[in-house]
Design a protein around this ligand. Structure first.
Ligand SMILES: Cc1cc2nc3c(=O)[nH]c(=O)nc-3n(C[C@H](O)[C@H](O)[C@H](O)COP(=O)(O)O)c2cc1C
Length: 326
């Protein structure tokens, strides 16, 4: 199947997929495409660019997800993202939160495919890197495959080539964003059908994917898989997937911990608190003996207050005494 560059992706996740989290994911999966948290056009037009756009040279390939619905503002922000080194700009058409709806973007944009097409065109005219969308299958309760197909058709006509499809509807009224990741049922088959109907497009499937076997099954039907919560809570699945897909040996959990300790040392010298980094690493030993000790040590307020990156190796020694470096 085409588009190897999207075969394994990590999801945009507000408050989770920041640059430290992405650096952690990168240690686990050298080939994965990493998506940032959503950044709104408002935040980029009026806020601190470095805070929102900084990314490390080792993060590539990395995509910035934008939230917005005004073509000119999105074009301007796409240019900023390109200048800061992002390899792809992704437009959020899938977030159901009320705050996002008040800003008239996110999943409610799926009701306005022509406007989204204008946004995509404006961004594509502004940058040389690819522009993609992340969408749902539909909005509210009506499950109509034709809705997703028409949306995709309109965007494909505008030149969009990459579609990340969260395989369920977004319910805009009466369900929290959290419920919206569980309650409308998953319809993976309809994403497969989109790929069959748009064979020239790159289609990445998202929603409820958590095991190597599931990843393998989806990749028989579409170009890529995107993992959100599974990547965050059980991140070693990324290492296993990267190894399975690219036949390159993954770092062990201990080697990942060591690499992150080096990264933390560099970051702390620049003023980053240790907690901002290790909070993303709590799942590294998920399902392994003594995983709880790892989590406890890396979330212990008094240990974190010392701001000593050596805590990562001490936690490693506690969980895997044989593999920790002295
Ligand atoms: C904490 C959290 C924050 C999220 N923030 C975003 C976001 O900023 N943009 C977006 O498109 N989706 C966001 N999502 C949705 C995920 O990208 C993904 O579509 C969803 O979690 C389903 O995938 P999963 O079952 O693999 O977790 C978020 C999900 C979580 C758990």
């Amino acid at each position: 199947m085409r588009a190897a560059s999207h075969r394994l992706c990590t999801a945009p996740m507000m408050d989770w997929s920041d640059r430290h989290c992405r650096m952690f994911f990168r240690q686990l999966a050298p080939h994965a495409r990493l998506y940032s948290e959503m950044v709104t056009t408002g935040a980029l037009l009026h806020g601190d660019l470095e805070r929102h756009l900084r990314c490390d040279a080792l993060e590539h390939p990395v995509a910035l997800q934008l939230g917005g619905s005004e073509p000119d503002a999105l074009a301007h922000c796409a240019r900023l993202a390109q200048d800061w080194g992002y390899d792809e700009i992704n437009l959020n058409c899938g977030c159901p939160s009320e705050r996002v709806q008040r800003g008239a973007f996110g999943a409610c944009l799926m009701a306005e495919p022509e406007l989204v097409a204008d946004c995509i065109k404006a961004m594509q005219d502004a940058v040389g890197v690819p522009v993609s969308v992340k969408q749902r299958l539909g909005i509210e309760r009506v499950e109509d495959y034709g809705f997703a197909r028409r949306f995709m058709e309109t965007l494909a006509r505008a030149g969009c080539r990459t579609f990340i499809v969260h395989a369920r509807n977004a319910v805009l009224k009466g369900l929290s964003p959290r419920d919206n990741r569980e309650i409308p049922r998953l319809r993976h088959d309809e994403v497969y059908r989109l790929k069959r109907e748009f064979p020239e497009s790159t289609v990445v499937i998202n929603g409820g994917i958590s095991t190597l076997a599931e990843i393998g099954r989806h990749l028989e039907q579409v170009d890529g898989v995107m993992l959100g919560r599974a990547a965050y809570h059980d991140p070693y699945v990324l290492a296993q997937a990267d190894t399975a897909l690219w036949y390159t040996p993954a770092l062990s959990r201990a080697q990942v911990a060591e690499a992150m300790q080096c990264y933390a040392r560099r970051e702390l010298a620049g003023g980053t608190p240790l907690r901002a980094i290790v909070r993303h690493m709590l799942g590294l030993f998920h399902g392994r003996p003594r995983a709880r000790i790892w989590r406890q040590m890396l979330s212990d307020a008094s240990l974190l207050a010392r701001n000593d990156p050596g805590l990562i190796l001490r936690a490693l020694e506690a969980v895997e005494p044989a593999s920790a470096l002295a």
